[in-house]
Design a protein around this ligand. Structure first.
Ligand code: F6R
Length: 241
């Protein structure tokens, strides 16, 4: 069930998303947040950091689980999602390192996937933040991913690698070929979903998610079957609704 909130622009989207996130954080003794990387959540994260600095919102009792991580990069590499999260959120809210979780992209990958899934089952995610790809992907679950998938290893599509090459080229490095992602079923276990999308490039995916058929060809369309989804979009991303 969707609660769709349409706002003017990215700043308004980020402020609105912050309200939803803060309500969950305030409502629990030990909130569990599912988090995302990418450009969509950065404004929300800036709001969380500003609020922490101004109002002292405490993150020492908060647990976080990220959607995905590249395979084969050292944790501290500048392009890992581990680094992205520390730079864009974790340092700014002073969350203890032992409270944050990302899939581990090194070592025994199958075991890492199973361990990650188990850790989330033990606590249950209170709110899962999502962006959406222009092809309807959520996490690294590209079109065609089974709706019953759990945390798993994915081979990145050539298009996705090309999209991300701009970050790796200056380092003289290749984009990794694989990643670990929460599966669709993993994402659906969260009590609440918060999806944010901005810009006309997302308009078709947003329309497909909300009004299209529920199909594995549009991974986000499965959210039609989730009981509590808040979608916050700017006018450009809402233009095909
Ligand atoms: C991020 C993730 C991706 C992004 C999506 C949108 O952890 O799993 O699904 O949410 O690709 O990316 P942006 O926000 O950069 O447009």
């Amino acid at each position: 069930m969707f609660n769709v909130i349409i706002v003017k622009d990215y700043d308004a989207l980020s402020a609105e998303a912050f309200k939803v996130m803060k309500e969950v954080i305030d409502s629990k003794d030990r909130p569990v947040l599912g988090l995302a990387t990418g450009s969509s959540p950065i404004g929300l994260y800036q709001n969380m950091i500003a609020d922490h600095q101004k109002n002292g919102t405490d993150y020492t009792q908060v647990l976080t689980f990220n959607l995905d991580e590249y395979v084969g990069l050292p944790k501290e590499h500048s392009q890992t999602y581990y680094t992205f999260m520390h730079e864009n959120l974790f340092q700014g809210i002073e969350i203890p390192e032992e409270n944050v979780h990302l899939p581990l992209g090194n070592g025994d990958l199958e075991k890492n996937c199973a361990d990650y899934e188990k850790a989330m089952e033990d606590v249950q995610v209170d709110i899962q933040l999502l962006g959406i790809g222009s092809n309807g992907h959520i996490g690294f679950n590209e079109p065609g991913t089974a709706f019953d998938s759990l945390t798993h290893i994915v081979t990145l599509k050539e298009k996705t690698r090309q999209d991300n090459a701009r970050f790796f080229d200056p380092l003289g490095e290749e984009v990794p070929t694989q990643a670990i992602t929460m599966g669709i079923a993993t994402i659906m276990k969260a009590k609440k979903i918060l999806l944010v999308a901005s810009g006309s490039g997302k308009a078709e995916a947003v329309a497909g998610m909300i009004n299209g058929p529920v199909t594995e060809e549009v991974p986000a369309s499965i959210l039609q079957n989730h009981p509590d989804v808040t979608v916050i979009v700017d006018e450009a991303a809402a233009s095909k609704l």
